[in-house]
Design a protein around this ligand. Structure first.
Ligand SMILES: *Cc1c(COP(=O)(O)O)cnc(C)c1O
Length: 391
């Protein structure tokens, strides 16, 4: 057999770095600050709601294709309460198997082969693969260190210059994984204006909407002209610390939801039946739940960021998400891959080289990402281990 088994669209998409690094963490007994999942579960009452649904026989058989009505209503109410947005739960909300399926379904539904997709680089690993599976062409616009080298910023001129006659959509992500950048109101207004001017769709991944530490999260769809050209994606995983439940959702105008549902119904059809009932209750938790979640993670952001500075890293302090990106050059290293592969042996910590989130293998070579969505004592332990690097 001379023909390779993996088709050309998926050429280069081997095993994700997360599998390699998590296996390394287990093998070496290292603290895993690689993959972004909390090491404590979300609210007890939400977990109990899932148990109740299972016991009461709700969601144990195929739930409705678009998601159970209780959850679609709760999502619609959340958008209204939080952002003053009105989405019809019957025609403008779609429940998916996590944000991951929503991203895949949106790209498969909205792209023709050859369409260009602009994505903020470094990007979440599924974006490149999904654009490729949909036959689209990925056009990266790279977030770069600010003049003060304290955060990553978007160059709006670069974004404008990346739009061509073949551009179908912008795949946005704010708060941004892995850099922790939260796009400002002014930046979002400029992106919205560009989308309107060039008649583009925007698929916006806002799974970290509640994990903002400085500034505010403003949904792109709130800007003039965006209501009918924006597919907003979010998920219960990060907001409620149940990343294994895989309950995500899309909110958009009826035509866009219809398109995404057409692709989605042939991916999983439906998923996470009983968990949908639990997430419907979770979305109705009082505002204090959401503010405590952000406060708790802000303290962890500060703890790990300060520890990394003391350990000798250059730190880009994130305004949101689970992650802090560092530059390893002050430690005398410049190859993030080699650094991350050697880190478990050197000090018993696992991190992720940001180069995996870039288009070309030379991008972001010296940047390394650490997750701080872990218990305080775990972070303290990791910091004291990382401080050994310099001795
Ligand atoms: C975690 C994450 C997702 C995936 O969300 P799920 O609901 O677990 O599928 C999507 N986008 C970004 C940026 C993420 O960090």
């Amino acid at each position: 057999m001379t023909r390779p088994l993996l088709n050309r669209r998926l050429d280069g998409f081997g095993t994700t770095i997360f599998a390699e690094m998590s296996a390394l963490a287990t093998r070496t007994g290292s603290i895993n600050l690689g993959q972004g999942f909390p090491d404590t579960d979300g609210p007890e009452e939400v977990r109990e709601a899932a148990v109740r649904a299972l016991r009461d026989g709700r969601g144990n058989q195929y739930p409705p294709g678009p998601g159970i009505p209780e959850l679609r209503s709760a999502i619609s109410e959340h958008q209204a309460r939080r952002y003053g947005l009105a989405f019809d739960p019957d025609t403008e909300v779609l429940v998916t198997a996590g944000a991951t399926e929503a991203i895949a379904a949106a790209l498969l539904a909205l792209l023709e082969p050859g369409d260009e997709v602009i994505a903020l680089e470094p990007y979440y690993d599924s974006y490149a693969a999904c654009i490729a599976m949909a036959g689209g062409r990925r056009v990266p616009v790279t977030l770069r260190p600010s003049a003060g080298r304290d955060r990553f910023v978007l160059d709006l001129d670069e974004l404008r210059a990346a739009v061509t006659d073949r551009t179908r959509l912008i795949l946005l992500n704010t708060p941004h994984n892995p850099t922790g950048t939260v796009l400002t109101r002014a930046e979002l207004a400029a992106i919205a204006q560009l989308a309107v001017e060039r008649d583009l769709l925007v698929v916006t991944d806002e799974v970290y909407e509640h994990l903002v530490f400085d500034g505010e999260h403003v949904p792109l769809v709130t800007f003039p002209g965006m209501r009918d050209r924006t597919v907003t994606i979010s998920s219960a995983g990060k907001t409620f610390s149940f990343t294994g439940w895989k309950v995500g959702w899309v909110t958009a105008s009826p035509g866009l939801v219809n398109a995404v549902r057409t692709a989605k119904q042939f991916l999983t059809y439906v998923a996470s039946g009983p968990f949908q009932y639990a997430v419907a209750e979770a979305l109705r938790l009082p505002d204090t739940y959401f503010s405590h979640l952000a406060d708790d993670l802000r303290a962890k952001r500060d703890l790990l960021s300060n520890g990394l500075v003391e350990a000798g890293f250059d730190v880009f302090r994130p305004a949101g998400t689970y992650f802090v990106t560092t530059d390893i050059r002050p430690l005398g290293d410049d190859d993030g891959f080699a650094f991350c592969r050697s880190l478990p042996a050197r000090c018993g910590v696992v991190a992720i080289p940001n180069a995996v989130f870039y288009n070309d293998t030379n991008g972001g070579t010296a940047f390394v990402r650490f997750a701080f969505c872990k218990r305080t004592e775990v972070l303290h332990d990791a910091i004291s281990r990382l401080k050994q690097l310099r001795s």
